[in-house]
Design a protein around this ligand. Structure first.
Ligand code: FES
Ligand code: FES
Length: 364
């Protein structure tokens, strides 16, 4: 077999099928999947407690990239989605060694038994966006993998395009995961030099773009610019960079609504939205709802009707309620409850919250 040429960033990812058990086939990269991190690593899937810390680190990095992990190894073919557990596609002796060798060659890496491995970030269009080679992986494969994913996340850092989007609740969940990777990829492409001449044998290609991005949006009526890592959520940018701590961090995973803010008039979970994804948008937090000393009618109704107890959920409840009133499609108490179901109140102030929204309806 002729010597493999390392792949460069921007190349199409070779599509290779690797045979597993009972005639099953694992496609590299998986067809129609979300962005994929494909790793050639001489490593069996981690098992038991020992691998757990590394697995958690890997999971966090995958979340940041919005990608799934596919590991091709003679010791097993396995996949790992950030919100799932490891799935073993095939274990020895079911892994087809010849297919694996073909895949390694197609991706331009040295045979795994010579030490090390390689990692490729592949976007949804099956284009390679980042490549990284490991060395001396023996016995340190998982920490190296976590480290390589972190390098990938940093290297794909970007200055965002001045575009914005508004999302449904479900779109936010998916979009926030994918947006960072997509935006980062666009910038990585823009910065990429022309494809180099075929490289001499040696380390594979590296993307070296590292850095934070300046993001500007209108927050509570004033333009604000923050310098953030592209993986920073809108919630963290508001709280940690702009000091707007009215938006609360409850679950940090899109389930409680405490972080609700308005983006271009629509309510979103800011914990699931990347700051770079709303560059240029108009954002309203609880601090910007009142007009001077005049409270918004819904704020007044919350006070008058005791619609808060501990108050932790209240900023999110109020902003969600403001958007609901603008949406105009929830009129009965039952409809209000349904439309506010994304905002959890652990104190159980729901009857008062519904009453406050109904009272405010008459005033707006
Ligand atoms: Fe965002 Fe819970 S903190 S939904
Ligand atoms: Fe305490 Fe809602 S008032 S969580």
């Amino acid at each position: 077999m002729p010597k493999a040429q390392p792949l460069v960033v921007g190349s199409p990812a070779p599509c290779i099928d690797i045979g597993g058990r009972a005639g099953s086939v694992l496609s590299l990269p998986p067809r129609g999947a979300r962005p994929t991190v494909l790793v050639f690593l001489d490593e069996a899937p981690p098992d038991g407690r020992a691998g757990r810390p590394h697995l958690d680190a890997i999971r966090a990095e995958l979340r940041g990239l919005g990608a799934m992990l596919v590991v091709a190894s003679a010791r097993g073919l396995w996949t790992f989605r950030p919100d799932d557990e490891i799935e073993v596609f095939a274990s020895p002796p079911d892994v087809d060694g010849r297919d694996l060798e073909r895949a390694q060659h197609a991706y331009g890496i040295a045979p795994l038994h010579e030490g090390g491995g390689a990692l490729f970030v592949i976007d949804e269009a099956a284009t390679i966006r980042f490549a990284h080679e490991f060395r001396e992986a023996e016995g340190r494969a998982l920490p190296l993998l976590a480290g390589a994913l972190s390098i990938a996340g940093e290297a794909l850092a970007t200055r965002p395009a001045p575009s914005r989007a508004s999302f449904s609740r479900r779109e936010v969940v998916v979009g926030a995961l994918v947006a960072g990777l997509t935006l980062a990829f666009l910038d990585a492409c823009a910065r990429r030099p022309p494809p180099p001449a075929p490289a001499a044998p040696g380390p594979g290609p590296f993307s070296t773009t590292v850095g934070e991005a300046d993001v500007t949006f209108i927050v509570n009526g004033a333009p604000r610019t923050v310098r953030v890592d592209p993986r920073v959520t809108l919630l963290d940018a508001l709280r940690e960079r702009l000091g707007l701590t009215g938006s609360k961090k409850g679950c940090d995973m899109g389930q409680c609504g405490a972080c609700t803010v308005l983006v271009d008039g629509r309510r979103i979970n800011s914990c699931l939205t990347l700051a770079v994804a709303v560059a240029g948008a108009t954002i309203v937090t609880i601090e910007g709802l009142a007009q001077g000393d005049t409270l918004h009618p819904l704020q007044t109704a919350f006070v008058e009707l005791d619609a808060q107890q501990c108050g932790y959920c209240t900023p999110g409840q109020i902003l969600s309620g403001v958007a609901l009133l603008r949406e105009g499609h929830a009129r009965t108490d039952a409809e209000v409850r349904e439309q506010m179901s994304g905002n959890i109140c652990r104190c159980g102030a729901y009857p008062h919250i519904v009453a406050a929204i109904q009272r405010a309806r008459k005033a707006v």
